[in-house]
Design a protein around this ligand. Structure first.
Ligand code: AMP
Ligand code: GLY
Length: 423
């Protein structure tokens, strides 16, 4: 089979690494890919949101399966676009991708489905939103309705901060039109987990559990990022907890979507807060998490192509997934300045030494190859991913690998999975 994977991050490198182990694969293309991906796939310089360009290359190369990594092409309707041409694509339709594309839509759906989530109201009028703040207790959470690359969520400790956040989103338009509608919601306390399921229109099949670390600094300090490191599984999701998450959150969400005529096929990622009154949904993503995919896929033992095909054609019923019993972890190494304006173009050294470590894979994200040298070219640069008999062993291995790598201004959190590996 010939496969095209869309995207250029660590998640896509991990997907391609796993796909390349399938006997069914003849050739993998990546659009646009990165320097690490280039060792496993042919990279074509087409942006992930250039739907026409992606379709042209898929026809030219006679692609049998398209795998979409990031959310943007999904919210733009790539699934519908390729379905017209009868090219199989792993990812939900435009109508289903609204679960990630509009927080206001999703919150209303959750309310209708009676799914546990933070109390909220949505606003398109600035003055009404400001008036509503008087009725709230603090901290309060303010979210841009549309996509904002994981940065459109502001946790405001008092009313003054909340008014400023509304003003930045609705008047300053710091995230453009994504902020012309906002959601104001209750602040939830608890531990956050990432819970992925595959959905084939009717059946729901959970993947292994994982946990991400969103803040840039150790001890969860500093601004939110796309994710600084993740591990799998998490002790927080027991068998009973998994059942509760499925029954109270995922199944009613999908049933309510179906009642509205929306068929979900693809991976659905629930960002959950485990509160003292049970799991509550913070947000849905209509794709795999990055960096959660890296520790998930190094534990995954089955053929990924089979699973993606079964999802597309509605044959997940009765499927059992197999995972290595070991724990895995991914530590993300970032460029100086991330998640703000980043310094790029620095030479990365030590890659070969890190790659030689046992039970370790170096997934690339923001890298490019120039004159035989690997250079940084994005905020998240590498994801050092290791596994071991328990989280403590996996963690030691991943951090040993991190120490072998250097570039000017490199940063990584030193406490990924630390608390949990002590349990
Ligand atoms: P979201 O994009 O909605 O997942 O939000 C990004 C991050 O903001 C989440 O992963 C949480 O860490 C935090 N967050 C979002 N909503 C809430 C909430 N209601 N209460 C507390 N933290 C939240
Ligand atoms: N790791 C968070 C995300 O993929 O949205």
């Amino acid at each position: 089979m010939k496969i095209l994977v869309i995207g250029s991050g660590g998640r896509e490198h991990a997907i391609i690494w796993k796909l390349s182990q399938s006997k069914r694969v003849k050739k993998i293309y990546a659009a646009p890919g990165n320097a690490g991906i280039a060792s496993l796939a042919e990279c074509v310089p087409i942006a992930a949101d250039d739907l026409k360009g992606l379709l042209t290359v898929s026809k030219e190369k006679r692609i049998d399966l398209v795998v979409v990594g990031p959310e943007l092409p999904l919210t733009l309707g790539i699934q519908d676009f390729f379905a017209k041409e009868k090219i199989p694509l792993f990812g939900p339709s435009k109508a289903a991708a609204v679960l990630e594309g509009s927080k206001a839509f999703t919150k209303q759906l959750l309310r209708d489905a009676k799914v546990p989530t933070a109390q909220f109201e949505s606003f398109t009028d600035f003055d009404q939103a400001v008036d509503f703040l008087q009725t709230q207790s603090y901290p309060v959470v303010i979210k841009a309705d549309g996509l904002a690359a994981g940065k459109g969520v502001m946790i405001c400790k008092d009313r003054k901060e909340a008014v400023e956040a509304l003003s930045l989103l609705m008047k300053g338009k710091i995230f453009g039109e994504a902020g012309s509608s906002v959601v104001i919601e209750e602040y939830l306390e608890g531990q956050e987990v990432s819970f992925h399921v595959l959905v084939d229109g009717t059946s729901v099949l959970p993947l292994a559990s994982s946990q991400d670390h969103k803040r840039v600094g150790d001890r969860d300090e500093g601004p939110n990022t796309g994710g600084m490191g993740a591990f799998s599984p998490t002790p927080l999701v027991s068998v009973a907890m998994e059942k509760e998450i499925l029954e109270k959150i995922l199944v009613p969400t999908l049933q309510t979507l179906q009642k509205r005529g929306i068929d979900y096929r693809g991976v659905l990622y629930a960002g959950l807060m485990l509160t003292s009154s049970g799991p509550k949904i913070l947000e849905y993503n209509v794709r795999l998490g990055d960096p959660e995919t890296q520790p998930l896929l190094v534990r995954f033992e089955d053929d990924l192509i089979d699973l993606m095909e079964k999802t597309i054609i509605g044959r997940l019923k009765g499927v059992t997934l197999h995972w290595r019993p070991e724990s895995s972890i991914c530590v993300v190494m970032t460029a100086h300045g991330y998640p703000g304006k980043v310094q790029i173009g620095d030479e990365i050294t030590g890659l070969e030494r890190a790659e030689k470590m046992p039970k370790t894979v170096v997934f690339h994200a923001g890298t490019r190859l120039e004159g035989g040298k690997y250079l940084t070219c994005g905020g998240r640069v590498l994801g050092l991913t290791s596994w071991g008999k328990d989280l403590r062993e996996a963690r030691e291995r991943a951090y040993d690998a991190c120490e072998k790598i250097y570039w000017r201004g490199v940063h990584y959190r030193k406490d990924i999975g630390w608390k949990e590996s002590m349990e």
